[in-house]
Design a protein around this ligand. Structure first.
Ligand SMILES: [Ca+2]
Ligand SMILES: [Ca+2]
Length: 197
């Protein structure tokens, strides 16, 4: 997988220069709710069961593979990383709490430079004992600078996911791309922290 390759590259970079490479910010993705009205997979069949009547809730055991990409045209680049959630069993409709089948919600992806936007791509599957069924592939784009507030978005195709996105720079990192490092001294005269540059 390309995503795995990116991660391995980063590990090599980190190993090569341990004092130089730090995360400068975080992309925070919070799942709010998800709806799969038909309780079906992308093949048009009930998530579980093959009769004309779906099981209650379709038998859908949803889990989500989230990839966050700074390059909107190439979803496989996966620049900000990816997360696979745990499973929520037997639900067509999910209201997410702070835990998605063992995965912390919100999910936090660290980055070294914010590029001004992100394409968030989500592959949805129904967990089975073998050959999980594909349910949907949905994505949304967020553009904006780092800030204090969560932005609400909807990723929608046949099914729909509501999510919140926030971008924050780490402590002492500033600027629209979170790469300006400043650990300045507090200036009594100016009433604020100052930096050399
Ligand atoms: Ca299934
Ligand atoms: Ca299932």
């Amino acid at each position: 997988m390309v995503c795995a390759g990116v991660r391995i590259l980063w590990l090599l970079l980190l190993a090569a220069s341990p004092a130089q490479v730090n995360a400068s910010g975080r992309l925070i993705i919070r799942f709010i709710s998800y709806r799969n009205d038909d309780g079906e997979g992308s093949n048009g069949q009930c998530c579980d069961g093959r009769s004309i009547f779906c099981e209650s809730q379709g038998g859908c055991d949803h889990y989500f593979i989230v990839s966050a990409d700074s390059h909107f045209g190439n979803k496989s680049a996966c620049s900000y990383g990816s997360v696979q959630t745990g499973v929520t069993r037997d639900r067509k409709y999910i209201t997410f709490g702070d835990n998605i089948g063992g995965t912390s919600n919100p999910m936090v992806l660290e980055f070294n430079k914010w590029t001004g936007g992100v394409k968030i791509h989500i592959d949805v599957y129904d967990d089975d004992s073998n050959n999980d069924d594909h349910v949907d592939s949905i994505s949304t784009i967020y553009r904006g600078p780092p800030g204090q507030f969560e932005n609400l978005l909807t990723a929608e195709a046949r099914t729909s996911l509501s999510l919140g996105v926030q971008v924050i720079c780490d402590l002492n990192y500033y600027g629209d791309d979170c790469t300006h490092y400043c650990q300045g001294d507090y200036s009594e005269a100016e009433g604020r922290y100052t930096c050399e540059d």
